[in-house]
Design a binder for this molecule. Structure first.
Ligand SMILES: Cc1cc2nc3c(=O)[nH]c(=O)nc-3n(C[C@H](O)[C@H](O)[C@H](O)COP(=O)(O)OP(=O)(O)OC[C@H]3O[C@@H](n4cnc5c(N)ncnc54)[C@H](O)[C@@H]3O)c2cc1C
Length: 291
């Protein structure tokens, strides 16, 4: 199928983008990498009256990594973030999760911020925003606001952002000291959306014992989910903690649905297996960092 007819605008500044979005009203959509929006148009699952292409807007294609965290501009492609060493040093989950996003051709064009704005509960980067307690910066005609992930994701493909607005960047805080991370997923073919997946952060105390465990999951709920698994393993030595118990706890906390791709039981099983595996990996990394 071909998309329904639409108007196209490619303003050269952020102010002009907001002006066009305001004048076009609810029928207008921001176009970034087009890797989610254009398939929806082609299948006629969306029919916006106007596409407002932000690709000519300067200043949105930078990754800024400081000791506090990583700010990813709205036009940073998945592939650029995947290979950004400074960002990976500050927040390793960015590269680890991005490596699982789609295929190279899609990563060359699709943007990290676009995948967050798209709010697909199977999107890896939604879970990284949640797991790191991140936020987005949004420009509107009345000013700029920051929205934390908890207030951002409302439902599948739905955020709390309405009206004329452009997400200009996403912010991913750095890891706490003595932390390790891992990300893993199960997909029918590499590059496909995950049947189930997620990332973990394990934080140790100064004696190498488990102090905090957080895990985030994709493709198990209507929005990315974060669960605190600390209680299952707190105080245990990181090299011999009962990660299976943490995986078991995670299984009890999720409530996945059955769909064409997998049953709820299978997804719950995957949550347990992936959690146990990634926690052991993240703990080993945290211990390695203390050596
Ligand atoms: C075959 C295939 C496989 C894929 N597999 C995966 C996968 O495994 N994991 C995954 O996460 N993604 C996957 N994707 C999607 C891909 O990651 C997209 O790049 C991403 O979801 C959207 O980014 P985009 O820049 O292409 O956004 P677009 O397609 O341009 O936009 C998507 C939506 O977000 C809105 N939007 C985009 N940017 C902004 C902004 N700055 N401000 C406000 N609204 C904005 C648009 O209006 C639109 O509603 C896949 C895509 C394809 C075609």
């Amino acid at each position: 199928m071909k998309p329904a007819p639409f108007r196209y605008a490619d303003p050269g500044t952020l102010d002009e983008v907001l002006t066009v979005l305001s004048s076009e009203g609810e029928g207008a959509k921001v176009l970034a990498g087009g890797q989610s929006l254009l398939p929806l148009l082609s299948m006629r699952l969306a029919a916006p009256a106007t596409l407002v292409d932000i690709n000519r807007v300067p200043g949105l294609d930078t990754v800024e990594a400081t000791g506090d965290g990583v700010t990813v501009g709205a036009l940073v492609r998945h592939n650029a973030l995947l290979h950004d060493d400074a960002a990976a040093r500050v927040q390793p989950l960015l590269a680890r999760a991005t490596a699982n996003v789609a295929h190279p051709a899609i990563r060359n064009r699709g943007t990290t911020v676009g995948s967050i704005a798209h709010a697909d509960p199977s999107g890896e980067m939604t879970s990284v925003l949640a797991l790191t307690d991140g936020s987005v910066t949004v420009a509107t005609p009345s000013g700029v606001e920051t929205i934390g992930w908890r207030d951002l994701f409302v439902g599948p493909l739905e955020t709390s952002i309405h009206g004329p607005a452009v997400v200009t960047s996403a912010y991913f805080p750095a890891l706490p000291a003595r932390s390790g991370t891992a990300f893993a997923e199960a997909a029918r073919r590499k590059g496909d959306y995950a049947v189930c997946g997620g990332g973990v952060v394990v934080t140790l105390d100064a004696d190498g014992r488990v102090a905090a465990v957080r895990a985030a999951y994709i493709s198990v709920g209507l929005t990315p989910e974060v669960h605190d698994l600390t209680d299952a393993v707190v105080g245990q030595p990181a090299d011999s903690a009962d990660w299976a118990a943490a995986g078991e706890l995670a299984r009890t906390l999720v409530d996945p649905d059955t769909d064409l791709h997998a049953s709820a039981d299978y997804r719950r099983l995957l949550v347990g297996v992936l959690t146990e595996r990634t926690l052991a990996e993240a703990a080993a990394e945290a211990l390695g960092g203390m050596a």
